[in-house]
Write a protein that binds this ligand. Structure first.
Ligand SMILES: Nc1ncnc2c1ncn2[C@@H]1O[C@H](COP(=O)(O)OP(=O)(O)O)[C@@H](O)[C@H]1O
Ligand SMILES: [Mg+2]
Length: 215
């Protein structure tokens, strides 16, 4: 279980708290949703969970042990908003190999299957893929690191409706096999498939909804 206790964050440069007393937990292989209006602190919370930002107060444990920011970076696979803007590889195959000197072809095959991109031509540039497929590729890149927690920031942002559904189907495929935190300002798309919905408003948890049918 990932457990956040009383997380408070105020940037050096700011005069107000961006996150204030945030506590919740995520079980292993659970899929949860963090939603809230733009500017409510969702991305900052994701950065704290994944060890990119250090909160002033609070404690984060994983499997009942406190974990440092460095350890959180290690166990987290983050797909940032508009991940396709940051593709570096000239081909899909190269994109998947970045950061893995000796990546076995078999591992790539397994991950591509997980994200539903099995029969893809790896020699084409990532830009050749549809919007939904590009998001799948970005998730595949993270899955290759074998993260304990997968964090998706606004995975449906900027996509048309059929592509949004494509991303939802991807999430459904990964569900129950991965611990997933989705951050979104459009929760309606994911409603009914998640076990917990955390609503953030101006840095505070406004509502925490536990849904039974999500598990
Ligand atoms: N480094 C920073 N310094 C000052 N303010 C920041 C910084 N990072 C984010 N903010 C502010 O914190 C608030 C939350 O931002 P963010 O986490 O990106 O929200 P969301 O992802 O929900 O849109 C916003 O008002 C934003 O302007
Ligand atoms: Mg954001």
């Amino acid at each position: 279980m990932l457990d956040l206790k009383k997380i408070t964050y105020q940037p050096q440069t700011g005069n107000k708290k961006i996150l204030d007393d945030i506590s919740f937990n995520v079980h292993e292989n659970e899929l949860i949703l963090i939603c809230g209006k733009s500017g409510s602190g969702k991305t900052t919370l994701l950065e704290i969970i994944s060890g990119l930002t250090i909160p002033q107060k609070g404690k984060i444990t994983w499997k009942n042990k406190t974990i440092s920011a460095r350890q959180r970076r290690w166990i987290s696979g983050v797909v940032f908003q508009f991940p396709e803007r940051y593709f570096l590889g000239t081909t899909i195959g190269k994109e998947l190999q970045i950061g893995h000197k000796n990546m076995r072809e078999k591992n790539i095959d397994i991950v591509l299957q997980k994200v539903g991109l099995s029969n893809i031509n790896l020699t084409q540039p990532p830009e050749q893929l549809s919007g939904g497929q590009q998001r799948r590729l970005a998730v595949a890149v993270q899955l290759l690191r074998n993260p304990s927690i997968l964090l998706l920031d606004e995975p449906t942002a900027g996509l048309d409706w059929s592509m949004k559904n494509d991303v939802k189907n991807l999430v459904l495929n990964l569900k129950n096999k991965n611990t997933i935190i989705i951050v979104t300002h459009e929760p309606s798309l994911f409603k009914g498939i998640t076990s917990k919905i955390i609503n953030i408003d101006r840095g505070k948890i406004k509502k925490l909804l536990i849904e039974n049918h999500g598990r």
